[in-house]
Design a protein around this ligand. Structure first.
Ligand SMILES: [Mg+2]
Length: 207
């Protein structure tokens, strides 16, 4: 029986790709190109940004401190005011389990997204993973099992990122659900869903 559900935020509870991602990426690239970003780096950034976030790609590409600073300030100053949650997020109220939101990125930006989306009351706890790797996710998930006194098999992890929350959940023996709000890289998960209605069905069948 599932006792605890861990939710990802970006591209899971709201359409980061459509509502923020593409727009801020274009702005970043425009500014970074005039500071020396190469075409090859631009290509990788465009491929990876949406799933991994800026910091991870910037490190992967070994971007200069100047380029990183430009990307970071563009990101931190993006207009968040118009973001809205996916319709099915209201279903979360009906999930009887403990619910934790674990999201990665800049603390201020993630907290601001959560505030504007108005979703904080849906969760028992909200954690911003500042490091944002599969490893840091694993540490957070492990701590949660201790804090809520649940076994890994009693935890369901829902997210879009095969290389972060899904891997972390799999490694710990949790039940993983990869959500495809759009066409993202498919990883190895216990379940694949399009939306939270399908998650509700899985939970109903398991209980
Ligand atoms: Mg995500």
């Amino acid at each position: 029986m599932i006792k605890l559900i861990i939710f990802d935020l970006d591209n899971t509870l709201f359409d980061t790709y459509e509502q923020l991602g593409m727009h801020v990426l274009d702005q970043m690239i425009e500014k970074m190109k005039s500071a020396g970003l190469t075409d090859e780096q631009e290509k990788v950034l465009r491929e990876k940004y949406v799933t991994t976030g800026f910091r991870t790609v910037a490190n992967m590409l070994k971007l200069s401190d100047e380029l990183k600073a430009i990307g970071k300030s563009t990101y931190e100053n993006m207009d968040l005011s118009k973001i809205t949650p996916f319709d099915d997020v209201k279903l979360i109220k009906r999930f009887s389990q403990k619910k934790i939101l674990v999201t990665s990125g800049t603390e201020r930006v993630q907290n601001e997204k959560i505030r504007i989306l108005g979703i904080a009351p849906l969760f028992d706890e909200i954690i911003v993973d500042l490091e944002g790797s599969g490893n840091s996710r694993m540490k957070i998930f492990m701590k949660l099992t201790g804090a809520y006194e649940v076994r890994p098999k009693e935890v369901l992890v829902i997210g879009d990122n095969a290389e972060a929350e899904i891997i972390a959940g799999n490694n710990l023996g949790m039940i993983t659900v990869q959500i495809f709000r759009r066409h993202f890289l498919k990883g190895k998960a216990d379940y694949y869903v399009k939306d939270l209605h399908e998650v509700k069905k899985i939970l109903d069948e398991m209980s």
